[in-house]
Ligand binder design. Sequence first.
Ligand code: SF4
Ligand code: SF4
Length: 384
Amino acid sequence: MIIILVSVLGCSNYEYEKVKTTVMKSFTNLGGISKYIDKGETVLLKVNLIMKKNPDEAATTHPSVVHALAEILIDYGCKVIIGDSPGGPFNEILLRSLYRVTGMEDVANQTGATLNYNTSTAHADNPNGLILKHLTIADFITKADKIISVSKLKSHCMTKMTGATKNMFGTIPGTVKAEYHFNCPDPTTFADCLIDICLNSNPVLSFMDAIVGMEGHGPTGGEPRQIGAILASPSPYELDLAASKIINVTTDEVPMLARMVQRGLCSKSTENIELVGDDINTFIQDDFVIPKTGSMHFLGDNPPKFLEDFVKHNLHPKPVFKHKICIGCGDCALNCPAKIITMKDRKPYVDIDKCIRCFCCQELCPKKAVDIHRPLLLKILSKF
Ligand code: SF4
Ligand code: SF4
């Protein structure tokens, strides 16, 4: 049986030398860089740049971690590309401002890494995928010899948590993501979709910025949460398992983890993986806030017709738009996979009966103007 290593190391803040030492030690814990990457190779650092947010807001991979990885890999003899395809339109103008605000422009200037501006799409066969045997992907991921996932540990309104595996959803070009959401609307199918996408990009290593994570209404609207760790592993799945222990959720509570276990990609418990570095128990956040947005599924996804309206209105969470805060940018309407948000007088209105509860509108709203409302009956029943 192959034992997968997961490195867990304490790192209390983003002070550069401290982060670089921890990243170096992570490589050592995993057997050294040369075990995974040859000198002269081009390495893509697939960071999480979900939205144009300042690093202090904890929505994106912190530049200090990216800086350390880029510098170490360039010193080793690699060419480094930094890239992501965030939600919404994928074009050079938006990428420029995204790189500037998230600190990636500075990382590139300081290290000599290249920022990706290739916004073409490509197609890939995905023989290891379960439901996605063919994919539309961002072309830039095909230009690297090796990919390293550099994720951020965050809560997530739809998938409960996001880390190394879900980070690879950013290998799907901008608005094409909405198609995958729409075609995989329920949590289990979407979990398989995310796993298939990760299998296609097949990162050789995964690092996770868990120095400051995000809790609550993640992945963009939550609150920063001090955790103080950097995680790394050759397996994005086992890495996410270790991260789930830190934020105190079980594999059964996170559909993506449950499917990884069922598909034989990850262990059921961290007791079955080899954790190296510091004691993971010292990083566990007992009261980490995971959003409660799940539906009640005891009636199934296809309840009898006469119950359909009742279920829709009383047992499903739904997005609620706060028009007073909304600035009318239209990003929610542009990115809604179901195309059910209409802008009237620069305010969004949703045809809620057709909502697939992906919460992309909440995830991509720059002003936290979308709340996820849980009907009272759902709140009561969720307690049992
Ligand atoms: S709700 Fe948010 S994303 Fe939608 S138009 Fe208003 S500010 Fe933009
Ligand atoms: S309204 Fe929001 S939650 Fe509903 S389908 Fe559209 S983006 Fe997803």
